[in-house]
Design a protein around this ligand. Structure first.
Ligand code: ADP
Ligand code: MN
Ligand code: MN
Ligand code: MN
Length: 337
């Protein structure tokens, strides 16, 4: 019997790329191959030369349709010479992993996000046009007054597991309507593959329950936590000894490195990294054990064990995981080589 392949790709929307997808029906036994789309409708081409190539890069079972159907995350290529499209950030992640694969870089991403009511654009769980009681009871909270949207979270988690993605946990966050899931630990390329696929499934779970998912870094101004994508990182050396953990944290502290990394850590980084709400200011760099006000945290357990990983707390929820993983792999692995 014929089956469906959902081709998924990352578009050229400014300032933050969005997910697009379309369906191809394939005959039984045929594999998803090269396809294309109209790049003039996704800010990836001009109308007079509009075709952009989709090259399957990562495939998993489609947990929404089930049966034999599949999800196919694609790289975008130029028709002229089949080289990576300028918006294709996976290509650089592949190159970084190729160069430093002997250090076995691993990533665990904590994807925070906010659910919005589609009619008002106001966070789910906020009274319409107003504000709930201040932050405090909502983080990991239980009960209808504190929690909104759990049905989306459960649907999303089930789908991620059924798709075989490396989802490792979920929790309700500090602001009402804000949640988190974690992906990892997996390598520099796989972490982006799994996270983009999980983002796709999250938007689909939102459709099902009529809630909009936003990855905006500071959806509510004022005394409300922003949404980040804390990035936990290790190499085989760091998983082996503490000196390498410290060396990795130190390697992120040079002025040029700081600005290179912040440029790839998502739109609106200055709005979120204020020095308040469990962040360090964007124009400062610090690291410390257990410190949630530092740029980079060394988890207490890692100091205890004298080996493990670091947590770069700076990336925004709206950052591209391929870009973040590429930056950390190139910077830290070069220092540790
Ligand atoms: P937090 O205490 O900051 O909220 P979480 O439990 O949400 O931390 O997320 C921790 C993440 O770190 C998980 O995704 C986990 O898979 C990942 N992780 C654990 N060990 C490692 C490691 N050695 N290298 C990279 N990531 C790791
Ligand atoms: Mn977390
Ligand atoms: Mn969190
Ligand atoms: Mn964290």
């Amino acid at each position: 019997m014929a089956y469906r392949a959902e081709y998924i790709w990352i578009d050229g929307t400014e300032p933050t790329a969005e997910i697009r997808s379309k369906t191809k029906i394939l005959a039984d036994g045929d594999k998803p191959g090269i396809w294309g789309f109209d790049g003039s409708s996704t800010n990836q081409a001009t109308g007079d030369n509009s075709d952009v190539v989709l090259e399957p890069a990562f495939q998993c079972p489609d947990p929404i349709r089930g049966a034999n159907d599949v999800l196919v995350l694609c790289e975008t290529l130029l028709t002229s010479d089949m080289s990576p499209h300028p918006t294709n950030t996976r290509a650089a992640a592949r190159a970084a992993l190729e160069q430093y694969g002997d250090q076995e870089p691993w990533f665990g991403l904590e994807q925070e996000y906010t659910m919005l009511e589609p009619a008002t654009g106001w966070p789910a769980g906020f009274p319409t046009g107003g504000y709930p009681a201040p932050q405090g009871p909502y983080y990991c909270g239980v009960g209808a007054v504190k929690i909104k949207g759990r049905e989306v979270v459960e649907q999303h988690t089930t789908w991620c597991i059924e798709a075989g993605l490396a989802i490792s946990g979920t929790n309700a966050e500090v602001m009402p309507g804000q949640w988190e899931f974690q992906i990892g630990p997996v390598d520099t390329v796989a972490v982006g593959d799994h996270l983009w696929m999980a983002r796709y499934l999250l938007h689909r779970a939102g459709e099902l329950h009529d809630l909009v998912i936003t990855l905006e870094a500071k959806p509510m101004k004022g005394d409300w936590n922003g949404a980040g994508m804390h990035t936990n990182f290790s190499t085989n050396g760091m998983r082996d000894n503490y000196d390498a953990v410290i060396a990795a944290a130190e390697s992120l502290g040079g002025p040029q490195t700081i600005s290179d990394h912040l440029a790839g850590y998502g739109v609106g980084i200055e709005e979120r990294l204020t020095g308040e709400h469990e962040t360090e200011r964007f124009d400062k760099f610090s690291y410390g054990v257990s410190d949630r006000g530092a740029s980079v945290r060394i988890p207490w357990q890692v100091a205890q064990d004298q080996k493990g990983y670091i947590e770069d707390r700076r990336p925004n929820a709206n950052a591209d995981p391929y870009v973040v993983a590429t930056l950390l792999t190139n910077t830290c692995c070069a220092a540790l080589a």
